[in-house]
Design a binder for this molecule. Structure first.
Ligand code: TXA
Ligand code: MG
Length: 342
């Protein structure tokens, strides 16, 4: 199958719609990362997404809708605090998990009685969702466990020959996936950190929990997708905390004696230190938004330029860096974390 990359025009939207109504999948841009979209009502389309990605079948998908879509067609109940969050942050990088109405394909939520819904703010995503008019399930458009895609080219690199069309909406400005927030309890609980932070949610609704289990200790995740080694470049990765830069430099020297391609991924302030030591550096940037935006592109670049990647965690740990650190830790996890059904 030929994989076409097309700018978003009325012609390419018609083509995308045609693929979707016939049960196929289309890659679409969003403000966070690219998604691999299919009709949420169509069992075969949903199964196809799992198959193309190689995604474990216990990891549920997010349904994407346009700004005027009537949510109550697919979710059972919207708690008042979720209404407030919708008003404050949508369209935008926040996914809310509701009690499901059981209308979408049962394969979407992998047996859970909840449904995650997202209203992306990206203009191209909105144009596509309006054109099709139905909820579109869209996991990030990367092969399962690989680095998420922030450009049409990243999607092409993973799915050339496997999907018919990639709608090109440019580079994603957000850079990491949406915050996933459970809205089935008394107050919202963050299941996956992202660009909408706990502090931002607390400002709007007063209380916000966090369910970010320490998977190394075997704690159970409520959001199954958070359980795996994930977002990983295809090279050896070694993670150091910002407080441990000296050790990162020592390790750089040790690794360079044994390997040809050793590179360092770090925030801008460490670049000169590592360059002095002779390292090839990938610059994560100097502020939070920049680091989120560049992260996945650099992890993908790393696998093409090096065998070993030394990663230094950013110094800042609050705000959207909670999400950035979460992705870096999963990308550098040394082995797969065994996952259990919840
Ligand atoms: O920014 C994003 O959210 C991107 C773009 C394409 O919209 N999508 C994305 O999808 O990141 P995916 O499939 O890569 O991640 C979905 C996350 C997983 O961690 C999954 O476990 C969680 O959302 N999730 C989906 N449905 C859920 C549910 N019903 N309950 C709890 N977690 C759910
Ligand atoms: Mg993903």
């Amino acid at each position: 199958m030929e994989t076409k990359i097309k700018a978003i025009t009325s012609n390419s939207l018609d083509e995308a719609k045609n693929i979707i109504v016939n049960g196929g999948v289309v890659a679409i841009p969003t403000e966070t990362v690219y998604g691999l979209g299919g009709n949420a009502f169509d069992d075969d389309a949903v199964k196809r997404i799992f198959e193309v990605k190689g995604r474990p079948n216990d990891n549920p998908l997010i349904a994407h809708v346009h700004t005027d879509y009537d949510l109550l067609k697919i979710v059972d109940y919207i708690p008042p605090y979720a209404e407030k969050l919708r008003k404050a942050f949508l369209p935008g990088p926040l996914t809310l998990v509701y009690p499901s109405k059981g209308k979408v394909s049962p394969f979407v939520s992998c047996g859970l009685d909840t449904l995650a819904v997202r209203v992306p703010s990206h203009e191209g995503a909105q144009a596509f969702l309006r054109a099709v008019g139905i909820p579109i399930v869209a996991p990030s458009a990367n092969l399962s466990r690989h680095v998420s895609p922030t450009s049409a080219k990243h999607v092409f690199d993973d799915f050339e020959g496997k999907i018919p069309l990639i709608l090109d909406g440019g580079n994603c400005e957000g850079g990491i996936e949406s915050t996933v927030c459970d809205c089935t309890g008394e107050y919202p609980v963050i299941l996956r950190p992202g660009l909408i932070t706990k502090e931002m949610i607390e400002k709007v609704v007063g209380r916000c929990g966090e369910h970010l289990p320490d998977l190394k200790k075997g704690e159970k995740a409520k959001s199954p997708g958070m359980m795996y080694k994930h977002y990983s470049p295809r090279c050896k990765t070694l993670l150091f905390s910002a407080e441990n830069v000296e050790n990162a430099i020592l390790r750089y020297h040790a690794e360079s004696q044994e390997n040809q391609g050793v590179a360092v991924l770090c925030e801008e302030k460490w670049i000169s230190v590592f360059e002095k030591a002779g390292a090839k550096c990938l610059n994560l940037g100097k502020n939070q938004a920049e680091m989120a935006m560049r992260l996945y592109g650099l992890l993908r670049e790393a696998e093409t330029v090096c065998k070993v990647l030394i990663v230094v965690e950013p110094t800042e740990k609050s705000g959207i860096m909670v999400g950035v650190l979460n992705r870096l830790q999963k990308a550098c996890a040394s082995e797969d974390i065994p996952h259990e059904k919840i």
